[in-house]
Design a protein around this ligand. Structure first.
Ligand SMILES: Nc1nc2c(c(=O)[nH]1)N[C@@H](CN(C=O)c1ccc(C(=O)N[C@@H](CCC(=O)O)C(=O)O)cc1)CN2
Length: 289
């Protein structure tokens, strides 16, 4: 039996669905004398794709990770897999982007500080100077990159240069209120998560709470999704809702929404960094905790 402290690895797989995938994967790991602690899979009968997330732990004398990956390759080719083996002890590196609202930023910084979110945050970027002190208090560099119509291309180039230079694994739009260009969306495909302050597909765009109030809804919510060129249309990772009523003003809805947004974004970021989210076309498969 593995020890509690044993390092863990996460194998993620997507491939055309067929017979024998689970047996082949578990057979490979047992053949390597590797102990599986958790394994989940899903076959999409509509899309015809198979999805799997398997957690296994290190053992004394196990192959180096690159050698294990090389050993797995023939099986992966046989099933035409998109796959990866992630080292669970390596902390993913986040770049957080924020504009004028700090509730999601503060929530992520708190989870980072208390260890609930096992990540590195090499930098925070904003198009406003407002949150420099709180970010630097966490020992994190703050980059104030103003953006106007004229400077948008160079501002985005500076963001992408940081993503490459700082080896960023995930960009988090924590209420960053600028529409990313198609070029930046393509460069950050499946590694940029946005929090939209409505229960999508309702109330896209800016000011969703005022739209919701005008519509007289009885539920409000928030949606975390991967960013694509189509505004607020990206693959959804997490959502949540809260009941409201006729007495709530738009400002009441904004205040209620802050908590929902913070929780939904933190869940989505945690799902992503724990390799629980697998792409399925314009949708996602999420193997939740
Ligand atoms: N390419 C994408 N970029 C962004 C997305 C996205 O889905 N695709 N989501 C937004 C966040 N967002 C809603 O969740 C949002 C942000 C900003 C706007 C908007 O209209 N912004 C105006 C400027 C507003 C300002 O300066 O305050 C604009 O960019 O012209 C709509 C929706 C993040 N980016």
């Amino acid at each position: 039996m593995p020890t509690i402290a044993a390092k863990h690895f996460v194998l993620t797989i997507t491939c055309p669905d067929t017979i024998g995938i689970v047996a082949a994967v578990s057979g490979f790991l047992s053949g390597q004398d590797l102990f599986i602690t958790k394994s989940e899979h899903f076959g999409d009968s509509i899309g015809g794709r198979f999805f799997m997330r398997t957690v296994f732990v290190e053992r004394p004398g196990m192959p180096a990770l690159d050698d294990l990956r090389a050993a797995f390759e023939p099986l992966a080719e046989r099933f035409q897999m998109d796959w990866a083996i992630h080292d669970g002890s390596v902390k993913p590196r986040l770049l957080i982007l924020v504009s004028k609202f700090d509730h999601c930023l503060n929530d992520l910084l708190y989870r980072y500080r208390n260890g609930a979110l096992p990540v590195e945050i090499p930098a925070v970027v904003s198009n406003h100077p407002d949150f420099q002190r709180v970010v630097e208090w966490h020992g994190i560099p703050y980059h104030h990159l103003p953006v106007t119509r004229e400077t948008k291309a160079s501002q985005e180039a500076a963001i992408l240069e940081m993503v490459d230079r700082l080896n960023i694994d995930l960009v988090v739009l924590a209420r960053y209120m600028q529409v990313l260009s198609p070029e930046l969306c393509a460069a950050l495909s499946w590694r940029c998560i946005n929090i939209h302050h409505s229960f999508l597909p309702s109330f896209k765009g800016a000011k969703p709470y005022h739209q919701a109030h005008a519509r007289g809804v009885k539920l409000i919510g928030a949606t975390a999704h991967y960013v694509t060129t189509d505004l607020d249309e990206g693959p959804i990772i997490e959502q949540a809702v809260e009941r409201v009523d006729h007495a709530h003003t738009p400002d009441d809805l904004v205040a209620l929404g802050r908590d929902i947004e913070s929780v939904v974004l933190a869940r989505a970021v945690q799902d992503h960094v724990e390799h629980r989210v697998l792409p399925n076309g314009t949708r996602t498969v999420v193997f939740r905790r």
